[in-house]
Design a protein around this ligand. Structure first.
Ligand code: FAD
Length: 388
């Protein structure tokens, strides 16, 4: 059975739970709010399948891209409500129009993020939700539907895609009809932190939330905002530099323990296509189309299956060849995990102190202290001197 270290560094992919023949594993939220496997030892028969699918034990090789593009959807609506260039939306649109199945992440009625199958509600799947999604039994549904000959698109974090790959391999499931999309991933914040943050905003605005968007483009794609609409017609909108939750995410404070040692980045998820934001596009592409601040995706094609699909969509998306190394300079999460925030432990210890709001704690632990400012300034001065 999976050991305690595997559980501590677990990314919550659900491969172990899905493979267990005894239903002895359940996913439960730990005290930080992340989904972790909990084993009922009375039901465990020590078959070892959970260890065999765990990404902490398997060494995975990289599937480097065969083609790399800057791209965006020609459909203005899809692009405007998507996080970057709306490439996921264009691919999903093609799948749905052909009667195929699409799995991705959306909010449920309680504004928790869950993985689900698209059912006439594809727009609710657009856009990044910066939190660990609850995969529930999606791996098992996909296995059963593949066995029934269905054609499926799945999008998730690299670790969710790697988990699905490991699970299907162990089940000897043919993946010919499965297209796997992942995205460059900074890491996933805790669902408990998001829940508390939204509750605090509901209290402040004296209303239930109607809609949440983590990547609203009111102030442009580069300066994206968290926008929350309330039933009493109030609106909260703050950009990535002002919003406490986005700061907690971007400063690596609220992420899962496994995110700091990701096993699936650097193309190890074995996805067919990897999507991301093409940050730094203005340095490399001067064409206005790519610099209108409406969003440009990085489109990294990792397999021939991915390439075939993008060829089919050639009249739906605008794309230009780019150099992967240029993209990595502005988006290091493509190849490596983010650094663990030194204040992470203190932050998670403090969230149990009900007297202080999660909003205040995120603000407190993400602000730069005077000492940190001086150190940063000195490092920059030394760097400038060395560079002449
Ligand atoms: C937690 C997280 C961290 C990210 N970090 C980076 C990064 O460091 N650098 C970078 O370039 N890009 C990052 N992205 C990806 C980026 O935000 C865009 O999603 C990506 O560029 C694709 O954009 P799009 O416009 O094509 O599609 P989008 O409209 O953004 O669609 C993306 C799809 O991903 C799925 N999804 C959304 N949230 C989640 C979730 N929490 N878990 C699993 N699946 C989800 C949904 O089904 C959604 O439809 C991150 C995304 C997430 C969710």
């Amino acid at each position: 059975m999976i050991n305690k270290i595997q559980i501590k560094e677990c990314c919550g992919c659900t491969a172990c739970k899905s493979i267990c023949p005894q239903n002895a594993i359940q996913m439960k939220q730990n005290k930080e709010g992340f989904f972790y496997p909990v084993i009922n030892e009375n039901n465990c028969i020590e078959c070892g399948f959970c260890t065999k699918v765990c990404q902490k034990t398997i060494k995975t090789s990289s599937n480097y891209p065969i083609e790399t593009y800057a791209a965006f959807s020609k459909n203005e609506k899809i692009r405007s409500i998507s996080s970057s260039g709306g490439i996921f939306g264009s691919i999903a649109d093609y799948y749905l129009k052909n009667g195929y199945l699409v799995y991705g992440a959306r909010f449920n009625e309680s504004f928790e993020v869950i993985h689900a199958k698209v059912n006439k509600d594809v727009e609710s799947f657009y856009g990044s939700k910066y939190v660990q999604s609850n995969l529930e039994n999606v791996y098992i549904s996909i296995k059963n539907e593949l066995k029934d000959g269905k054609k499926i698109l799945f999008i998730g974090t690299p670790c969710q895609v790697l988990g699905l790959n490991n699970f299907l391999k162990q089940k000897n499931c043919n993946k010919e009809n499965l297209l796997l999309l992942d995205f460059i991933c900074h890491g996933v914040p805790s669902p408990l932190i998001l829940k508390n943050y939204l509750l605090e905003l509901e209290k402040k605005y004296n209303s239930k939330i109607r809609k949440v968007s983590f990547r609203n483009k009111t102030y442009g794609w580069n300066l994206f905002s968290l926008k929350i609409e309330f039933y009493n017609n109030n609106t909260y909108i703050k950009n990535l530099k002002e919003d406490a939750y986005l700061q907690g995410f971007l400063k690596n404070l609220t992420l899962g323990e496994s995110c700091y040692k990701c096993k699936a980045n650097n193309f190890r998820s074995n996805s067919d296509i990897t999507l991301g934001d093409y940050w730094g596009v203005e340095k490399f592409l001067k064409d206005y189309n790519y610099n209108d601040d409406k969003g440009v995706s990085l489109l990294l094609i990792n397999t021939l299956k991915g390439k075939k699909l993008i060829n089919i969509l050639s009249n739906k998306i605008v794309k230009k060849d780019i150099n992967l190394q240029d993209a990595i300079k502005y988006n290091p999460c493509i190849i490596k995990s983010v650094k663990r925030n030194k204040k992470r432990n203190k932050f998670f210890n403090d969230i149990n102190n009900k007297k202080i709001s999660v909003t205040s704690l995120m603000k407190f632990y993400t602000q730069i202290t005077f000492k940190e400012k001086i150190t940063k300034h000195m490092k920059q001065t030394i760097k400038n001197m060395l560079e002449g």
